[in-house]
Design a protein around this ligand. Structure first.
Ligand code: F6R
Length: 245
């Protein structure tokens, strides 16, 4: 693995979540007014639980950061309980008192998604860029909703979800047909512009794709392989996910 990627292998999901929260908290406490990037999905939930506990013990202050989420389904209203806006409020933002005006999540209800994408990148730039971006890894190698493709995406973009993502995310819905077919996601360039990246990967089902992402060829067929081009990536995997590294 190249030197720009620092790998932590933790015993299990619990240890992974604790390690991730500690690293993230250190970064926030060093730059409490900066912008930070958040992810949804199952993987960061344990880390968010740890951050809430740390906030209760006054070990981290998230009240003054500006948050930018990676992605949002499209179309979806932000009051919909399946929206990522709702997910973040429930799993982290409400409990750590992050003011609503500091929560940026692509607007899944925009009548002009293309303009929404442009405005999102501009806002990240106006805030001075992202200090640390949290990422999860899709079983198909996606980061954000950048699905395997012929080309790497650039800026924030309105995309169609891959069939594999729809099937994987169906676990969060009553029925697979309820999963939105589109999303707005930070593009690969937007993600790579973050100063540091914190990738969390848990479970044996991700072991093959994690190996492909970190030590396989850099290819848009495995969007996460683009992380090899970034100069400061921290990967926290549990033993099951790291078994091929
Ligand atoms: C979430 C996101 C996705 C997930 C990925 C892994 O905002 O952008 O890329 O990080 O699908 O999801 P989980 O953690 O549910 O396995």
């Amino acid at each position: 693995m190249t030197k720009n990627i620092k790998l932590y292998v933790e015993k299990d999901y619990d240890a992974l979540s604790k390690r991730a929260a500690l690293i993230f908290a250190k970064q926030v406490n060093a730059a409490p007014l900066a912008a930070f990037g958040f992810a949804t999905g199952g993987t960061p939930v344990g880390m968010y639980e740890e951050l809430k506990k740390m906030r209760a013990r006054n070990e981290i202050y998230l009240d003054q950061i500006t948050a930018f989420n990676l992605d949002e389904y499209y179309p979806i209203e932000n009051t919909n309980t399946q929206s990522y806006a709702y997910f973040m409020a429930e799993n982290l933002f409400d409990e750590v008192n992050l003011p609503k005006e500091k929560r940026n999540i692509p607007n899944g209800d925009s009548s002009n998604p293309t303009a929404e994408c442009v405005a999102y990148d501009e806002k990240i730039n106006r805030c001075g860029g992202i200090e640390m971006q949290i990422l999860g890894l899709g079983t198909n190698g996606h980061i954000g909703f950048n699905e395997p493709a012929e080309f790497f995406s650039g800026a924030t973009v309105h995309v169609e979800l891959a069939e594999s993502t729809i099937q994987s995310n169906a676990r969060f819905f009553d029925d697979e047909k309820d999963v939105p077919r589109h999303a707005i996601t930070m593009g690969i360039r937007t993600i790579l512009m973050a100063k540091r990246i914190l990738l969390l990967v848990s479970g044996e089902a991700k072991a093959d794709i994690l190996r492909d992402a970190l030590i396989g060829p850099i290819t848009p067929n495995v969007p996460a392989s683009a992380l090899q081009l970034h100069r400061d990536v921290i990967v926290i995997a549990d033993e099951a996910a790291a078994k091929h590294l």
